[in-house]
Design a protein around this ligand. Structure first.
Ligand SMILES: Cc1ncc(C[n+]2csc(CCOP(=O)(O)OP(=O)(O)O)c2C)c(N)n1
Ligand SMILES: [Mg+2]
Length: 316
C-alpha cells in the first residue's frame, strides 16, 4: 500500500489537471482561449503517476495532448493558461498555444503538434545525460498513434543500443484521432514489439494510478542506479472528450458512451478521494480551486504580445 502522502500528492496532481481542463472546456465557447485544445481528461493518472516518481532535475517531453504532463511535472500553471490565451506571459510568450508547452526550469522540455517528434528529441536528451554523466532520467510521453511513425522505431533502437536513461510512456487510449488501433496495425502488440529492440517493456491495465506510480517508480529507480537501460510502459487509458476541442464526440459514431463507461466508472480521482480523510480532501480541493482561479485571472489580466514580439525568438 503506498504512503498516504503519495496518495495525497497523486490526488492533488490529478485534480489540478482535471480542474484546469474542465475550466478550459467550460469557458472555451467565449473564444478567449485562442488555441486548439486536446484535453487529457480521463488520462490524468498517467502523467500524475509517472511524474510523482521523478526528481525536479529529470526532464519530460510530451505531445500536443500535454497539459497533464506539463502540470504534473511542475510546469507553471499561470504560464500555461496564459499561453492558451495567447498572452505574452505565456510559457511560449503566447506564440505556441496549448500544443507547445515548455518550462525548462521545471524539467518540461517541450510538447509538439507533430506526432512522434519529441520521441527523438527525448532520446537525444537521454544521450546527452549519459555522455555528460548528468544523472538525469528522461521521460517521453506519446500516444499509440506515434507508434505508427518510423521515428518511434529508430528511437527505441538507438536508446537500446546506447543503453540510455529513458522511459518511454505510451499512452494507449485506443485511438489515433478516430481510428482504432486494430485498423492501423496487425495486432495489439505495442509492448511485445518494443521488446524486440531490447527495451524492457510492460503493459499496465486499467489506467490505475497506483499501479502506474509503483511500476514506473521501479523502472526509474533501476535506470537511475544504472542497473538497467531504457524501459517502455504501455499504459492503457481512455480519452473522455473529443480528439480536439472542448466537448464530447459521440455524435461522430466512431465510439459509444458504453465504451467509455468503464473508464468513467473507475475514475482515478474518485478512487483516491475515498482513501483520504475528509478534512484533508476539503483542504486540497480548496487549495486547487484557488490556484486555478488565480491562473485564469492571471491569464485574463495579462497583456497580448506587442507586434515586435513576432520577430523575437524566431529561428530560421
Ligand atoms: C507527423 C504527423 N502526422 C499526422 C498528424 C495528424 N495527427 C494529429 S493527432 C493524430 C493522432 C495521434 O494519435 P495518438 O498518438 O494515439 O495520440 P492521442 O491523440 O490519442 O493522444 C494525428 C494522426 C500530425 N499531427 N503529425
Ligand atoms: Mg491515441
Amino acid at each position: 500500500m503506498p504512503d498516504p502522502e503519495v496518495i495525497q500528492d497523486l490526488y492533488r496532481s490529478m485534480l489540478r489537471i482535471r480542474g484546469v481542463e474542465q475550466r478550459i472546456s467550460d469557458i472555451y465557447w467565449d473564444d478567449k482561449i485562442k488555441s486548439p485544445v486536446h484535453l487529457s481528461i480521463g488520462q490524468e493518472a498517467v502523467a500524475a503517476g509517472v511524474c510523482q516518481t521523478l526528481e525536479p532535475k529529470d526532464v519530460v517531453f510530451g505531445t500536443y495532448r500535454g497539459h497533464h504532463v506539463y502540470l504534473a511535472k511542475g510546469g507553471d500553471m499561470n504560464a500555461m493558461v496564459a499561453e492558451l490565451y495567447g498572452k505574452v506571459t505565456g510559457c511560449a510568450r503566447g506564440k505556441g498555444g496549448s500544443m507547445h508547452l515548455i518550462d525548462l526550469e521545471h524539467g518540461v522540455s517541450g510538447t509538439s503538434a507533430v506526432v512522434g517528434t519529441t520521441i527523438a528529441n527525448a532520446v537525444g536528451a537521454a544521450y546527452a545525460s549519459k555522455l555528460k554523466k548528468m544523472g538525469i532520467v528522461i521521460v517521453v510521453f506519446f500516444g499509440d498513434g506515434a507508434v505508427d511513425e518510423g521515428v518511434y522505431h529508430e528511437s527505441l533502437n538507438f536508446a537500446a543500443l546506447k543503453n540510455l536513461p529513458i522511459v518511454f510512456i505510451c499512452e494507449n487510449n485506443g485511438y489515433a484521432v478516430h481510428s482504432p488501433i486494430l485498423s492501423r496495425r496487425n495486432s495489439d502488440n505495442i509492448c511485445e514489439h518494443a521488446r524486440v529492440y531490447g527495451v524492457t517493456a510492460e503493459r499496465i491495465e486499467g489506467n490505475d494510478v497506483i499501479a502506474i506510480n509503483e511500476r514506473v517508480g521501479k523502472a526509474v529507480a533501476a535506470i537511475r542506479s544504472g542497473e538497467s537501460g531504457p524501459h517502455l510502459l504501455e499504459i492503457m487509458t481512455y480519452r473522455w472528450m473529443e480528439h480536439v476541442g472542448p466537448g464530447e464526440d459521440f455524435n461522430l459514431g466512431y465510439r459509444t458512451p458504453d465504451e467509455r463507461a468503464p473508464w468513467t466508472d473507475s475514475d482515478q480521482i474518485d478512487g483516491l478521494r475515498g482513501q483520504i480523510a475528509d478534512d484533508v480532501v476539503t483542504r486540497i480541493d480548496a487549495e486547487v480551486l484557488a490556484e486555478i482561479d488565480a491562473a485564469f485571472e492571471f491569464a485574463e489580466n495579462s497583456p497580448f504580445p506587442e507586434p515586435e514580439e513576432l520577430y523575437a525568438h524566431v529561428y530560421g
